[in-house]
Design a protein around this ligand. Structure first.
Ligand code: ADP
Ligand code: ASP
Ligand code: MG
Length: 418
């Protein structure tokens, strides 16, 4: 008997036919004597539709009411999944975030889960009931519905797995695992058998949207084993949890469980970046603080920062990146500080992309950055900013070169599926 969480993303519950197909995966586990808890997303496109409605109602709106609206997509799919499971002879019951409750903080629109009490659900699961839990939503300290940020159902699934003490958390999606890069842009991307939490965390936060970053963070902290797999598999032809045959897909696990360590495991790109340049600021102590202090106070996250060497010893340029959604806010905050900071010109653009190479092997291998820069130079791709950590190197380039850069690096590090 394996206690497991089975999460189905938007494409996997896009209509009743898909919901029936997903339900057949659940049925396989129940038939094998396992105890699954199900987490569902809203139907594909539904959350986008709801977000657009709130914007149309008023561009500036109350975040609590945004959550009331956008959380509703998951309520529909929990009920439909429960009905379909019941029609297959499985005892199923839907659960909204507030009913469990999935306790979160008060950051409406991007709430963090604090606790998922598992006792009541466990009691029912022991009696053979299958809970169908709404992903993406929780209950805030103000007793109102919260949502966890886009892609948040992954995090609901991991938090539920931790709360139940489940042996595994299966993430059913529209790809059959985690790939070396987004399979939609590189046809030769290869599925990874296993990937470490750390690498997956970097990949998620640097653009691979297959898992929400927070879900990986939480899985790493709580030691939840994540299996990313396809919901399109034939439910009857894949082995149930607990059998000798390994599950299809990609296992996200501890680094020690990975025998073959690659230097580079994955490549990501993130288009939601904006670049800002302050031209000719004074080259003297305190200027960086004058620029970045007020931005931090305004809650603007700055990512990459480059300060060029000053030619005349008096002036320099500062270039940095922020989330594209923060560009306007950042530009106006800096305009207001023009006199105080003292710069000649302020430039901002969203025509950039951040391309990153990720791998735990980089810790022990020198020269990855050098080979990356050389390969990009050979394709005449100019690097506008660089940032590194122990297991990743990111470069900011012109957005027009996204595919060329990702493909070039994918081949360079031997990731192509030949
Ligand atoms: P779901 O609705 O099931 O949550 P998402 O759309 O959030 O699914 O995530 C799956 C998508 O992530 C895939 O369709 C794929 O295009 C994209 N993706 C980006 N990078 C990767 C990667 N490295 N491996 C697998 N999928 C990726
Ligand atoms: N439905 C939500 C979204 O589209 C949550 C999720 O699917 O993970 O962002
Ligand atoms: Mg998702």
């Amino acid at each position: 008997m394996t206690l497991l969480v089975m999460k189905f993303g938007g494409t996997s519950v896009a209509d009743l036919e898909r919901i029936r197909h997903a339900a057949a995966h659940v049925k396989r586990e129940v038939a094998a004597g396992n105890r699954p808890a199900v987490v569902v997303s809203a139907m594909a496109g539904e959350t986008n539709r709801l977000v657009a409605l709130t914007r149309e109602a008023s561009p500036l709106h109350d975040a609590r009411e945004y959550d009331t609206v956008v959380s509703s997509g998951e309520q529909v799919t929990t009920g439909l999944m429960a009905i379909v499971l019941q029609s297959m002879g499985i005892q199923a019951r839907s659960w909204q975030g507030w009913q469990i409750p999935i306790v979160t903080d008060d950051a409406h629109g991007a709430a963090r889960i604090k606790e998922v009490p598992g006792n009541e659900l466990l009691r029912r699961m022991e009696r053979g009931e299958v809970p169908v839990v709404a992903g993406f939503q929780g209950l805030g300290p103000d007793n109102r519905v919260t949502t966890l940020g886009r892609g948040g159902s992954d995090t609901s699934a991991v938090a539920l797995a931790a709360g139940l003490g489940a042996e595994r958390c299966d993430i059913y999606t529209d790809v059959d695992g985690v790939y070396t890069t987004d399979p939609r842009i590189v046809a030769r991307a290869r599925r990874l058998e296993r990937i470490s939490y750390e690498e997956m965390l970097e990949m998620a936060s640097l653009g691979a949207k297959v898992l929400q970053t927070r879900s990986v963070e939480l899985a790493m902290v709580k030691g939840v084993r994540l299996q990313v797999r396809s919901s399109f598999d034939d439910p009857e032809s894949v082995p149930p949890a607990g059998s000798d045959a390994p599950a299809p897909g990609t296992l996200v696990c501890d680094e020690d469980e990975i025998v073959e360590k690659q230097i580079v495991s994955g490549i990501t790109y993130a288009k939601d970046e904006a670049r800002i340049t302050l031209v000719e600021v004074a080259d003297k102590p305190g200027v960086a603080a004058a620029v970045f202090g007020p931005l931090a106070e305004a809650g603007i996250n700055v990512d990459m920062i480059v300060q060029s060497v000053s030619d005349d010893g008096r002036h320099t340029d500062i270039t940095f990146t922020v989330a594209a959604a923060d560009l306007d806010k950042t530009m106006s905050a800096l305009e207001e500080l023009r006199a105080q900071i003292g710069f000649k010109e302020l430039r901002g653009t969203t025509d950039v992309v951040k391309v990153s190479v990720i791998g735990i092997g980089m810790r022990s291998h020198a020269g990855v950055a050098a080979s990356m820069f050389k390969a990009l130079a050979e394709k005449s791709i100019n690097i506008q900013a660089i940032s590194t950590s122990e297991i990743k190197i990111s470069v900011l380039i012109d957005a027009a070169y996204t595919e060329l850069a990702v493909r070039t690096l994918h081949s360079l590090y031997g990731l192509d599926d030949l």
